[in-house]
Design a protein around this ligand. Structure first.
Ligand code: PLP
Length: 389
C-alpha cells in the first residue's frame, strides 16, 4: 500500500467486538486478566496485551502503529505533548556527566530544557552552529550522548545538512536526534537522511486543526536499547503517555494530513511570493522561496514543499505590534499549522522571558512576526496582511 492508503486503512491489531469502523476510544485506566499467569506475562512484556493505560492503550497503540507503517520505524511512542516527546527522549539518552551537542536555534522551551532543566541534573549543553560541520565535529567528545537539532528552526528558519551531521554522529557512535515538526514525516524519510530518532509535536500538522496537544518519538532502532528504555523506563517512571481521546483525534488528523498539508504548503508559497511585493516588509523568510539561502538544501532533504511557517521582518517592534493588532482574519495566537492562519511576535511571547542578551544569541529578533499559514483562500490572507500593514 502507498502511504496515503496506509494512513486510512492500517488494520486494527484485534477485530472490534462490534465491527466498529472507527477505532473505538478505550477510555479505561486498567484491563482485566483471566488469571494470574496471564497478568504476570502482560506486566513482564511476554505478551503484548495491555495492562495499564499509563504505558499502553489500544487506541494509542493504533495511532502509534499507523505512524510506524508510514515511517518504517522500529518503535513509535505517543506522548502527551511535543515537549514530552523531547524531554522523555533526552532523559532516555542523557545522564549526569554527559553532554548534548545542539544549537541556540531551537524552540524556546527546548532551549530551556537543554540549557536549564537538564543542566540542573548534570547534563551539559554544548551549543554551536550546526550548519558548520567542522565546528560540530570539534564539539563532540567522549561524553557526548547525542546531536540534537530542528530540521527547520523556529523562528530563524535555518536548515542544517542532516546527512553530514549523521556522518559525524555515526563516526562517534552517538544518535542524531531531529525535531521534524516543521515538515510532516509523510513528505520525506528522516531515516534515509541518517536520523536515528525523530521527535515531533503532533499538536501541529497531525492533530487535524489544532484539536489536541500531543507528541511522537519515532525510533529507527539504531540506538541499542533506546526503544526498550522508552517503554519500560520512561513511560512507567515519567508517566507522559498520550491519552486515548487525543490518540483518536490525532488518528483522524493523520488520515487527512496529506490533503491538509499540501494545501497549507502551497498556500504558504503563494502567500510568501505575494508578500515579497510589499515594500513595508523588509524581509520574507520562507525556505520554499527560491532565493532563500536554505532553499536547495531544504528541497534536497525534504522535497518540494517548504512547510507552512513564514516569518516577516518589519521596521521595528512597534511596527510588528501595530500590524498584529490590526489583523482581522489572521488570528493572534501561538501554535503552528492550525486550519486557521495565525500570527505571533516570538520575541515578546515564546521568547519573552529570556533576557535581551539570550534572545540576541538565539537570533530571535524584535522585528520578526511569525505567520502560520492555514487553509483559507490566499487572496483573503494577503488582503488582511496588506491592510494591516
Ligand atoms: N518543537 C517545535 C519545533 C515546536 O514549534 C513546538 C511548539 O511550538 C514544540 C516542539 C513543542 O510542542 P508541544 O507544544 O506539542 O509541546
Amino acid at each position: 500500500m502507498k502511504k496515503q492508503t496506509k494512513a486510512i486503512h492500517t488494520a486494527y491489531r484485534l477485530p472490534d467486538a462490534y465491527g466498529a469502523l472507527s477505532m473505538p476510544v478505550y477510555h479505561t485506566a486498567a484491563y482485566e486478566f483471566k488469571n494470574a499467569d496471564e497478568m504476570a506475562d502482560a506486566f513482564c512484556g511476554r505478551t503484548d496485551m495491555p495492562d495499564y493505560s499509563r504505558v499502553t492503550n489500544p487506541t494509542v497503540t493504533y495511532f502509534e502503529n499507523k505512524v510506524k507503517e508510514l515511517t518504517g520505524a522500529t518503535n513509535v511512542i505517543a506522548l502527551s505533548s511535543g515537549m514530552a516527546a523531547i524531554s522523555n527522549t533526552l532523559l532516555a539518552v542523557a545522564g549526569a556527566g554527559k553532554n548534548i551537542v545542539s544549537s541556540r536555534h531551537v524552540f524556546g522551551n527546548t532551549y530551556s530544557l537543554i540549557a536549564g532543566t537538564l543542566l540542573r541534573f548534570g547534563v551539559k549543553p554544548k551549543l554551536c552552529d550546526l550548519t558548520d560541520i567542522e565546528k560540530v565535529e570539534s564539539m563532540v567528545d567522549e561524553n557526548t550522548c547525542c546531536i540534537y537539532l530542528e530540521i527547520i528552526t523556529n523562528p530563524q528558519m535555518e536548515v542544517a545538512d542532516l546527512r553530514a551531521l549523521s556522518r559525524v554522529a555515526k563516526a562517534h557512535h552517538i544518535p542524531l536526534i531531529a525535531d521534524t515538526t516543521m515538515i510532516p514525516f509523510t513528505e520525506f524519510s528522516a531515516k534515509e537522511l541518517g536520523v536515528d530518532i525523530e521527535v515531533v509535536s503532533s499538536t501541529k500538522y497531525l492533530s487535524g486543526g489544532a484539536t489536541s496537544i500531543g507528541g511522537l518519538v519515532i525510533d529507527y532502532g539504531t540506538l541499542e536499547g533506546f526503544g526498550q528504555r522508552m517503554k519500560t523506563e520512561m513511560l512507567l517512571n515519567l508517566g507522559a503517555y498520550m491519552t486515548p481521546h487525543v490518540a483518536y483525534m490525532q488518528t483522524l488528523g493523520l488520515e487527512t494530513l496529506n490533503a491538509r498539508y499540501r494545501l497549507q504548503a502551497s498556500n504558504a508559497l503563494e502567500l510568501a511570493r505575494k508578500l515579497c511585493t510589499l515594500p513595508a516588509i523588509r524581509r520574507v523568510n520562507y525556505v520554499g522561496l527560491e532565493d532563500n539561502p536554505y532553499h536547495e538544501l531544504a528541497v534536497s532533504q525534504f522535497g518540494k514543499t517548504g512547510g507552512a511557517m513564514i516569518t516577516i521582518d518589519l521596521e521595528s517592534r512597534e511596527a510588528c505590534f501595530s500590524f498584529i493588532n490590526r489583523l482581522k482574519l489572521i488570528r493572534r495566537a501561538t501554535n503552528l499549522f492550525d486550519n486557521k492562519s495565525l500570527a505571533i511576535h516570538p520575541a515578546s511571547t515564546i521568547f519573552g522571558n529570556f533576557t535581551d542578551r539570550q534572545r540576541k544569541s538565539m537570533d530571535v529578533l524584535d522585528t520578526t512576526v511569525r505567520l502560520s499559514v492555514g487553509l483559507e483562500d490566499v487572496d483573503d490572507l494577503f488582503e488582511d496582511i496588506k491592510n494591516s500593514l
